[in-house]
Structures are given as structure tokens and as C-alpha cells.
Design a protein around this ligand. Sequence first.
Ligand code: CP
Ligand code: NVA
Length: 309
Amino acid sequence: MGYMKGRDLLSILDLSKEEMEYIFYLAKSLKSDFLSGKKQHDYLKGKTVALFFEKPSTRTRISFEVGVYQLGGHPLYLNAQDMQLKRGETISDTARVLERYVDGIMARVYQHSTLEELAKWSNIPVINGLSDLEHPCQVISDYYTIFEKKGYKKLKIVYLGDGNNVANSLILAGALLGMEIVCSSPKEYYPPLEVIRKAEDLAMKTGGSVKIIEDPKEAVKNADVLYTDVWVSMGQEEEKELRRRVFPPYQLNKDLVSLAKDDVIVMHCLPAHRGEEITDDVMDGEHSVVFDQAENRLHIQKAILALFI
Ligand code: CP
Ligand code: NVA
């Protein structure tokens, strides 16, 4: 296992399987402390972490902000709209200034290349809080939730819907952890070929598998986990009408859930557009673990902060 301190976390591919397991291990201990009333630790004592956002956020912002505080550090929320970036200052200049003030950056951006630019121009860790390519912090937390519910074993994990950031990280992390991964999307919305190829390479080494199946009814058969995300991600608002016409067969509803295993768990990274990619009865039903998923973001984010910063 490599030493994580000081490194960037831009992609699931930045982690080995052992490193991901170590994040789970530390998160478990932080969560157990938290639940027994010990919320404060000093992993970030005297440190400041910039939380940089080009897009809205509820869970990511709050879990990181609370997390930095609970680890003894100071979280600094930076909305890109309020910065000189809005008036044309470059990302590289911003990064070179930030590294002189803070000890780490968590950033939510439109383009993944913005994260790479932040990482290139600063000598402090940069953590991806969602880009157009990946959402690693979400998905590390989701596998933690999956293993909490199902035990750490090979599971069939089926993602339904848009082959976007969350799907990409879910597929890559599943492959890294040796899971049986199925992604079911309309052809035009398959995850990028490069992501699928990288996941297949990982799965060959870990004993996992990666399949893309267009037919959602075929895909969900025997699933241990069903996962979905919004059809219209942040920044895609102009494609809303088109997407709402294409995605309905992939809606996570009672009929699709009934084709999976009896004890299947249903997951969603949130925010959900109820009635679009997931129905109310499924989101609030007996299989849903979506709020436990959201809860675990805090503990996983704390483990990531403690290890990387
Ligand atoms: N799942 C997630 O990242 O939620 P937010 O957009 O609210 O941060
Ligand atoms: N795919 C969604 C995830 C939100 C957490 C988006 O990018 O908007």
C-alpha cells in the first residue's frame, strides 16, 4: 500500500485495492467513534482545507465541511462565482495562490481538466468532489455502504441510466474490488469506452467482470445492488427534453426491482428527481438504502481527508 498523504485523489484509478480498503477501515473506526459520541479527532489540527465549488452541492459540501471541522481543521468554502476566476483569473494562478494559504483542496468542477490543472499548479493534495468524468468520493462511500449491508464478497452491482460521472466511478471501483458490474444505458449514453476498457483491465486482475447491457430487464436479473443517478446532470440542462424521452425504460421502479434478488438493495447518490429515474415507492421502499448512503459520506470523507491531507 502506498503512502496516501500529499497525493491527489482525482480518480478511482489513483487508488489501489488495498488503499481503498484502508479508507474503509479508517472510516469504520471514525464512524464507530462518532456513533459512540466521540466526534472530534485531531488529524487535521491546525490545517485549512479549501472547498472549491463551480456547481451546487448539498451532501459533498456538508460532509466535507463538517468532516474537516470534526478532524480539528478549518474548512474554507469557496464558491467559484465569488472569486476573481469569474473575472478571468486563471485556474493555474488560483492554484498557485491557494497552495500558499491552505493545506489541501477539495474541488467540484465542470471539466475534469480543471482538477488536473489545480493539481498541476499546486503542491498540495487535490480531491475530486465531482467532475464531468468521475465522482470518486461518492463511490468509495457507496462501496462502504454496500459492504456494510451485504458483507465484503463478490456481488452483482447493476447501474441503470446515464453513463456519466457517478457510473464511471462505480464501474471502475467495482472492477478494482472484484465485483460483477453491469451497466445498463441507452446506447448513446454508454460510459466512455476508455472507462470501460480501464475497468475491464482492472477486473481481469481482480477476478471481477464488467458488462454493458442495453436491455434494463436483462441487466437487473439476479442483482444484489441496483444503483441509479439523475438523467440530467448539472451542466446538461439544455439536453433535458431529449434525455427525458430516452431514459424512461431505465427508471428504477417496482417492476424492475422485482426482477432482481429478493434482498436487493437500491441506491442513489442523490439528489434524486423523484418520478424520473426513480419512483417514490422504490426510493422510500424496503430495499432503499439511499439515506444510509448519504450518512456514510461523512465518515468516508473524513477518512479520505485524514489520509490524504
Ligand atoms: N451526491 C452528491 O454528491 O450530492 P451533492 O450534489 O448534494 O453534493
Ligand atoms: N450525475 C450527477 C451527480 C450528482 C451528485 C451530476 O453530475 O449532476
